[in-house]
Write a protein that binds this ligand. Structure first.
Ligand SMILES: Cc1cc2nc3c(=O)[nH]c(=O)nc-3n(C[C@H](O)[C@H](O)[C@H](O)COP(=O)(O)OP(=O)(O)OC[C@H]3O[C@@H](n4cnc5c(N)ncnc54)[C@H](O)[C@@H]3O)c2cc1C
Length: 369
């Protein structure tokens, strides 16, 4: 099938990868619909801060014609990286970015998603449309079935539906596995001077004996952070995450002996803690290419969150859109895209696997973000 402006393309998932893909397809005059399970753009808070790397996320932003808009919101000072001693808070390492350092400025995820959404033609995203499954058809197209029982055929279905992708099932039977590491997220809106001073303008990490605390500066003075630790998948059995006091107690027990100012991040958080157990896809994860279905971002290569997943998802999205705009057929575009995306994601996922081990090692400088 030739790729033309009338090629019918569905993207499942309005995350950063799916939206970047839709934006570049529209820049090339292609029709595209994004189907998203959430009810609206602000159905849930979008999470913390993301650094956009010069060789991945920023490349995607340039291809999408959004680099300048992003740069106006980005925080280069957020590149500061600091390690402190868990028992004394002595600063062990503090990398302050040079004034002209543009290698990976930070931006709030909500702001980044907002600018991608605003860049799309009205009506591109269909909210509250949950995909149930995808069936590849003999003519190279694919049928999308929604949870309300309706179906629609497309020349290409792009699975940008994240870790628990339904689209992935059309290509591989592989499912994410628990990594053995749990993240518990906390946030401080009116961070007091101690929290702010420890965090600096960017990221602070303290770690020892398989436990770590990360704190990251977001925009408007907000601090978001994570208690990170090795734990079995059911470590929280019997713990109700709606009971903030009980979760706090459990965390303080785990971090016993740590300096009171670091424990302050756990004591003083606003609102509930959020449990984010880390799941990963095996490395390598690949599939046999078919013309009517492909994957991008976490759906293709869910890996530990060491500062690359969103960057790669966006680059996947813009690479796929560029291939669709230039290759003679949809099948050829998918092959070109996957030949580029799979090797780089396999290489990065392997590095992130090692990074996760280093993250909780006792070397405070290694892979701290
Ligand atoms: C704690 C944490 C910190 C992180 N920090 C960073 C960082 O600093 N830098 C970085 O680059 N990466 C970071 N990451 C990784 C990054 O968040 C992901 O890699 C990135 O969001 C993947 O983007 P995506 O578009 O592939 O998927 P997602 O962002 O997961 O988007 C998927 C979308 O699909 C929708 N969806 C799911 N299923 C369906 C369905 N059946 N039908 C319709 N819609 C569906 C979802 O609602 C969602 O909107 C972090 C991750 C975590 C957990």
């Amino acid at each position: 099938m030739n790729t033309t402006a009338t090629t019918k393309i569905a993207i499942v998932g309005a995350g950063l990868g799916g939206l970047a893909c839709a934006r570049v397809l529209q820049l090339h005059g292609h029709a595209v619909t994004v189907f998203e399970q959430e009810a609206s753009a602000d159905a849930r808070p979008q999470g913390g801060t993301l650094d956009m790397h010069g060789d991945t996320g920023q490349v995607a932003l340039r291809t999408a014609g959004l680099h300048e808009t992003w740069r106006a919101l980005a925080r280069p000072e957020g590149q500061q990286m600091r390690a402190v001693d868990p028992h004394t808070t002595d600063v062990l390492m503090d990398e302050v970015p040079a004034e002209d350092d543009e290698s990976k400025p930070e931006i709030d995820r909500g702001q980044l998603r907002g600018l991608l959404l605003d860049s799309l033609s009205p009506g591109t995203v269909q909210w509250d449309r949950t995909t149930d499954d995808v069936t590849p058809l003999p003519d190279g197209t694919a049928r999308l079935r929604f949870t309300d029982g309706t179906t629609e055929n497309f020349d290409l279905v792009v699975g940008a539906d994240g870790a628990w992708s339904r689209v992935r099932r059309a290509l591989t039977g592989v499912r994410p596995e628990y990594s053995g590491v749990a993240f518990v997220e906390f946030g401080l809106d009116d961070a007091d001077r101690r929290h702010a001073a420890l965090t600096g303008q960017g990221t602070m990490v303290a770690k020892i004996d398989g436990n770590a605390i990360f704190a990251q500066r977001n925009s408007n003075g907000h601090i978001r952070g994570y208690a990170v630790f090795h734990a079995p998948e059911d470590w929280h059995a019997g713990l109700d995450f709606a009971d903030t006091g009980a979760v706090r107690e459990a965390l303080l027990e785990r971090y016993v002996g740590w300096h009171p100012e670091l424990l302050g991040f756990l004591r003083d958080n606003d609102g509930a803690f959020t449990h984010r157990p880390l799941y990963v896809l095996p490395v390598p994860h690949a599939w046999t290419s078919i013309p009517g279905v492909t994957l991008l971002g976490d759906a293709a290569h869910l890996m530990p969150p060491l500062g690359v997943g969103a960057n790669l998802a966006m680059l996947d999205g813009t690479d796929l859109a560029t291939a669709l705009a230039t290759a003679p057929t949809v099948g050829e575009a998918v092959r070109i895209y996957e030949a580029r995306m799979l090797p780089r994601s396999i290489e990065t996922a392997a590095a992130c696997q090692q990074g996760l081990i280093d993250l909780l090692s006792d070397d405070p400088w290694e892979q701290a973000a």
